[in-house]
Design a protein around this ligand. Structure first.
Ligand SMILES: [Zn+2]
Length: 178
């Protein structure tokens, strides 16, 4: 396995050097959501029964429920968004949004992922936690001027209000999102 300089291992807590698509390693998929290019709908796999739900992007921040089993679809899981659906979801979100810009090759990003997921559970109903793969979504990375990852950006009504780079523990992520 090859890591970038500055990202020697998953225990390396500092932020990684600037983004490099060529080194991207597709190591994990945080949440079973795939994007559709032709419509602002999210395909969300139900964590309870496995059914695939088509959720309109503008409803994704409203705790959508599974059409088959009725259980919450996100249930405190971070929502993986892309260049194609980010604005539709975040623009409609009534809750504060905390975006985690990350990439699979970034050790500190991978190290922080469980803490981010834990924070998402604690903040269920209080904030919407979103992950953006900065390698796959260059337009968002450029718009937010992401220079290192992980970087957390807090948005309120679509406007950036706070930003923090480097891996954080769950408690600090919760505090940042509230
Ligand atoms: Zn279900």
């Amino acid at each position: 396995m090859r890591w970038r300089s500055g990202c020697a291992s998953v225990t390396d807590a500092g932020p990684c050097a600037p983004l490099d698509r060529a080194r991207a390693l597709d190591l994990n998929t945080p949440h079973p959501i795939s994007k559709r290019m032709d419509t602002p709908k999210l395909m969300i796999g139900c964590p309870h029964c496995g059914a695939t739900n088509r959720v309109p992007a503008e409803r994704a921040g409203e705790s959508p429920h599974c059409g088959k089993c009725g259980q919450p679809l996100l249930a405190g899981h971070p929502l993986e968004l892309s260049d194609d659906n980010f604005d539709a979801v975040v623009g409609a979100a009534k809750l504060p949004v905390l975006v985690d810009f990350w990439a699979p090759w970034c050790g500190p990003c991978r190290a922080m992922a469980p803490a981010f997921a834990q924070a998402a559970q604690q903040l269920d109903g209080q904030a919407l936690l979103v992950k953006v793969n900065s390698d796959d979504n260059p337009a968002l990375s450029q718009r937010f001027g992401i220079r290192s990852i992980p970087t957390l950006v807090k948005l309120q009504q679509g406007r950036e209000v706070r930003r923090q780079s480097g891996a954080l523990p769950a408690g600090a992520i919760v505090a940042l999102a509230r």
